[in-house]
Design a protein around this ligand. Structure first.
Ligand code: SF4
Length: 244
């Protein structure tokens, strides 16, 4: 690892710690603009040789999946068993976006199939009266981060064009972003999940509802009530009948 790469890794971790402190309501010092530019814009040897910008030439999810291939564009490929592309209806009106695959997802190659996934499925089927097949479910990064850590900014930066391409192909009426990582990836780093959840935003002119990640609900059952409020708001936006 070069000194420049090592410095970048240190800055990533510092940025992550600063975000964590903010989430806890603390007011840590800000990273200077130069440091943020260094993290986000100066390429390193780990960057992909070929840019992965979304392309209108991806006429289908299948074509996009073929393009991604056996992806080695970021370091997350080293620990994965399966790349988890996403699943559901290519013409879905509603897309759920999570953070990244966990253990069960990595094992099966399918998104949201562990305990958090079971909860999301109950929300979709029992709460909204839809089926999993009728929506689309995917993540910001397609390969499991080791030890279920958050994907780092470089990993997100490299993989995000795939999510953007998925959304450009599906063109949903509503996006539901699950948790801080997904919300910040689509709405910017200024997003705060505890402050901003439940308020409609837009991504590329598509209404986006930010809400808590199902894994957070498993640890904090009290958060189910606000999430149910968010789900009802989504149903209203989609013209679905909202049960009281
Ligand atoms: S996380 Fe995304 S960019 Fe990284 S290896 Fe997997 S598919 Fe490729």
């Amino acid at each position: 690892m070069t000194i420049q790469e090592e410095l970048k890794e240190i800055l990533f971790e510092t940025k992550r710690l600063i975000s964590a402190c903010r989430e806890m309501g603390l007011e840590p010092p800000m990273l200077q603009k130069g440091a943020l530019d260094f993290i986000h814009h100066k390429p390193t040897s780990k960057r992909p040789a070929t840019p992965v910008t979304p392309s209108p030439s991806f006429g289908s999810l299948e074509a996009l999946r073929d393009h991604i291939g056996d992806c080695h564009r970021c370091n997350l490929h080293t620990g994965r068993k399966n790349l988890v592309f996403g699943e559901g209806d290519e013409t879905a009106k509603l897309v759920f976006v999570g953070e990244g695959p966990g253990f069960d997802e990595d094992q099966t190659g399918r998104p949201f199939v562990g305990k958090a996934g079971e909860l999301l499925t109950r929300i979709i089927e029992n709460g909204m009266g839809l089926t999993r097949d009728s929506v689309y479910i995917c993540n910001v990064v397609k390969c499991r981060p080791p030890d279920n850590r958050d994907p780092n900014p470089v990993e997100i930066d490299i993989c995000l064009p795939f999510l953007k391409a998925q959304l450009a192909i599906i063109k949903p009426d509503v996006i539901c972003a699950l948790g801080r990582v997904a919300c910040q990836a689509l709405l910017g780093s200024g997003f705060r999940i505890t402050r901003d959840r439940g308020r409609w935003r837009t991504y590329e002119d598509i209404p986006l509802m930010p809400t808590f990640h199902p894994a957070y609900l498993l640890r904090n059952p009290a958060a189910k009530r606000p999430v149910w409020d968010d789900v009802k708001s989504i149903m209203g936006k989609l013209g679905l009948e909202v049960k009281s």
